[in-house]
Design a protein around this ligand. Structure first.
Ligand code: NAD
Length: 554
């Protein structure tokens, strides 16, 4: 396939030499480049990082302009990035973020997929997905712990704490979905993963996320059922379209214990349709997108109907954050919302204490820095079994992908402790260069997404989008190094508003304060969002932690 104009291979600089005027700017530059590293990004030639069409910059020309601007940016200046294009540099002050980003924001009445595509085709906007457009993506490892914890929660709820002896059927082995087979196997289970793109299957096997590929459905099922019987962990990829093959799995009465999906359903143009050849599909996507969307929604209706059939037979079924239920509903299947999204089913109680996934990235490029932080974290959180269990598992299973990184699920209070520990290690020279600290957008306080993070809030506030905007402003005021507010990530255009942030720990006293403020206030906004909605645990937790909420006092 021809490369997009200007495409080239990008990798972040490694080592301790600055190519910018300060570590804040250097961190933004290295993270932007890391997002597009061919080992990290799904389609780097098109600037697509993950999530179907989530880009890091609007065009290669804009990428070059961002890089040139970061190289010159002073410590009291801030670059504004409007949907992947660096539109201005203003004098601010040393404590201000070096970069402020807004991606794909559209006035609500215009925020439809059709209008977004018109604006995108006109070169006026860019889909940033979640961590792509706010330069914090680190490959499938970024979602691995979250996926692992979700399947652990399924194991605890239904299967006595382990997935040994269970079969999970899912689809989509892309940037995020590719974490599923490893996460299921790490929980002891068998994963059968349907994927239409052979390159994705090869990539997951190469990166150590998928054990094997089956030639056809018969051999996939015999491998899967033997491993299920023997209570042996195994992940199997099958080159297949989920809308076609999941109904066959139902028809054969396969004993499926768990079913979900991570195809790129958030944008129907990205969902593969079984009744079109790849050539016809490619042609129709370009020349007749409306008809393609009709085909895709009909296929998603078949796909979700099969998921509901598994639900009726007693399987644990949930949507995995890609909006497939609402697309199936639009495709005419009216029971699509019979099963819940994964946040409602397993994650919400964690959100009440702002427990979510942070990540730290060694800007040196040296995996030894991550090992040093791992060791210090194991000591600092020695009495926290969830942290120590994960860090040990991650050190064993997660391969380096781009800049070395680690994720860890931490809540309010814990994140500030981790941030201080990392900044101290940089200060003391135990870690060789500064560290970028960020988080998932799958987060408690920085996302409004009625089909995912804020589905079925107890006060009905699912679509209230003040929270991510407040979170962006709070992170800006608290000294984050860059902040991005975005629209449409996860479940699609018109369906979410969310904020990302990164703060750089460079070992200086100023960084110590910035890291402390950001790593306290950012999760604090999550506790507040849930306490304000009336979740009792969040109300109690806010009181225990001394988080001031005048609205509750009143
Ligand atoms: P991706 O585009 O990298 O991968 C999607 C994969 O689905 C592709 O490999 C594609 O070939 C495959 N596919 C498409 N249609 C198919 C079909 N009918 N049958 C089988 N395979 C099919 O996207 P991603 O980064 O893996 O994200 C997947 C989805 O999950 C997106 O909708 C994204 O918005 C959402 N998401 C979920 C989370 C989460 O926490 N669960 C986080 C971020 C994003």
């Amino acid at each position: 396939m021809a490369r997009t104009a200007g495409a080239r291979t990008v990798r972040a600089p490694h080592g301790v030499e600055l190519t910018c005027r300060g570590w804040a700017q250097e961190a933004a530059l290295r993270m932007l480049m890391n997002n597009l590293d061919p080992d990290v990004a799904e389609r780097p030639d098109d600037l697509v990082v993950y999530g179907g069409n989530g880009r890091a910059a609007r065009s290669w020309q804009d990428f070059d302009a961002i890089v040139a601007t970061l190289r010159e940016l002073a410590d009291d200046e801030t670059m504004l990035v409007q949907s992947g294009r660096p539109v201005a540099v203003f004098r601010t002050h040393e404590w201000a973020p070096r970069v402020l980003i807004s991606n794909a924001m559209i006035v609500p009445e215009w925020a439809t997929l059709e209008e977004f595509r018109r604006l995108e085709d006109a070169g006026l906007t860019m889909f940033g997905q979640m961590t792509a457009g706010s330069w914090a993506y680190i490959g499938s490892q970024g979602i691995l712990q979250s996926t692992y914890e979700t399947f652990s929660a399924v194991a605890s709820k239904r299967f006595g704490g382990t997935l040994a002896g269970t079969l999970t059927v899912t689809a989509g082995l892309g940037g995020m979905g590719g974490a599923q087979p490893l996460a299921i196997a790490m929980n002891g289970g068998v994963a059968l993963c349907l994927e239409v793109d052979q390159d994705k299957i090869d990539r997951r096997m190469r990166l150590g996320y998928l054990d094997t590929q089956a030639e056809d459905l018969d051999s996939a099922l015999s491998l899967a059922l033997a491993a299920r019987e023997q209570k042996r962990a195994l992940s199997i990829g099958l080159l297949a379209n989920a809308a076609e093959v999941l109904p066959q799995i139902v028809a054969r009465d396969v004993p499926v214990d768990i079913a979900t999906d991570q195809t790129s359903a958030h944008d129907p143009l990205l969902y593969a349709v079984p009744d079109l050849s790849p050539e016809d599909a490619a042609d129709m996507r370009v020349h007749d997108p409306k008809t393609y969307v009709l085909h895709a929604r009909a296929a998603m209706a078949d796909h979700v109907e099969a998921l509901c059939a598994l639900l009726d037979r007693g399987a644990e079924v949930f949507e995995y954050g890609n909006g497939i239920r609402v697309e199936a509903d639009l495709g005419g299947f009216k029971r699509a919302l019979d099963f819940p999204g994964f946040i409602v089913a397993y994650i919400r109680p964690l959100f009440c204490e702002a427990k979510g996934h942070c990540r730290w990235i060694a800007l040196s490029g040296d995996p030894a820095d991550i090992a040093t932080i791992d060791a210090a974290m194991l000591e600092e959180f020695a009495d926290n079994r969830s942290v120590t269990r994960w860090l040990r598992l991650a050190a064993r299973h997660v391969r380096v992908q781009g800049l070395p990184a680690r994720t860890c699920m931490l809540g309010y209070g814990e994140r500030a402790r981790a941030g201080k520990l990392i900044n101290d290690l940089v200060r003391d020279g135990k870690v060789s260069a500064p560290v970028a600290i960020g988080r998932e957008h799958l987060d408690s306080g920085s996302v409004a997404s009625p089909y995912r993070e804020t589905e079925a809030m107890i006060d009905g506030s699912d679509a209230i989008a003040d929270w991510p905007v407040l979170n962006a402003m709070l992170n800006t005021a608290s000294g984050a190094t860059w902040v991005g507010v975005q629209h449409g990530g996860g479940t699609g255009v018109g369906r979410s508003v969310h904020t990302g942030m990164v703060v750089v720990a460079d070992g200086t006293p100023q960084a110590a304060l910035r890291v402390d403020r950001v790593m306290t206030n950012d999760p604090g906004s999550g506790v507040v969002r849930h306490a304000d909605a009336g979740y009792q645990r969040a109300v109690e937790f806010a009181a225990e932690q001394g988080i001031r909420m005048p609205s509750l006092d009143a």
